[in-house]
Write a protein that binds this ligand. Structure first.
Ligand code: ADP
Length: 165
């Protein structure tokens, strides 16, 4: 039986921090569905199509090296409903610091109340990437800074293109 995990996020853009969590998830699940959240009313810099293309490209080497099947899906409803639709029994979330811990555990517990059939698994961020946040990456890029240390080339290219629009 395939053990499927669902990793929801904005991925606007995907960072080396997300990729670290995705690689760690390969030790737990053999199929990972990346859920790209489309929030009505929350403006993203990259549109859904760009986020999906970048994720598929940068995750393909992780899939090849770990053997974990990775697919990408958008969702605009509850993460627990999207996780169930994808056939996942596990929701993956990353923890960078104490503020992530407080927020993520609260959300995990509310999700557990709504969906007792799903288990949220929290993976600690790697020490080299735990400081990276998509929101800061966008701010740095908007001010002309170099984001190469934080995101893969494909994400940087997509961000630069989106900022020119
Ligand atoms: P959201 O808008 O839901 O915060 P993100 O794409 O920013 O979406 O984050 C999705 C998940 O990835 C969250 O669990 C978040 O804690 C985790 N995450 C984000 N950045 C990192 C990082 N640098 N290291 C580990 N986990 C991270």
């Amino acid at each position: 039986m395939t053990n499927t995990g669902f990793y929801p996020g904005s991925f606007d853009p995907v960072t080396y921090g997300h990729l670290d969590i995705i690689a760690r998830a390969a030790r737990i699940v053999d199929h990972l569905v990346l859920g790209v959240g489309i929030h009505h009313g929350k403006r993203s810099l990259l549109d859904a199509g760009a986020r999906i293309t970048v994720l598929e490209t940068v995750c393909s080497p992780i899939s090849a090296s770990t053997g974990m099947n990775i697919t990408v899906a958008t969702f605009d409803d509850l993460a627990v409903d999207a996780a169930r639709r994808s056939g996942a029994g596990i929701v993956i979330r990353g923890l960078r610091d104490a503020s992530d811990f407080d927020y993520e555990v609260q959300m995990g517990q509310m999700n557990a109340a709504m969906a007792p059939d799903l288990e949220t698994v929290f993976l600690a961020a790697g020490p080299a990437t735990r400081m990276i946040a998509s929101s800061l990456v966008k701010q740095i890029a908007q001010m002309g800074g170099d984001i190469s240390a934080f995101v893969p080339t494909e994400a940087k290219t997509a961000i630069v293109k989106a900022l020119k629009k």
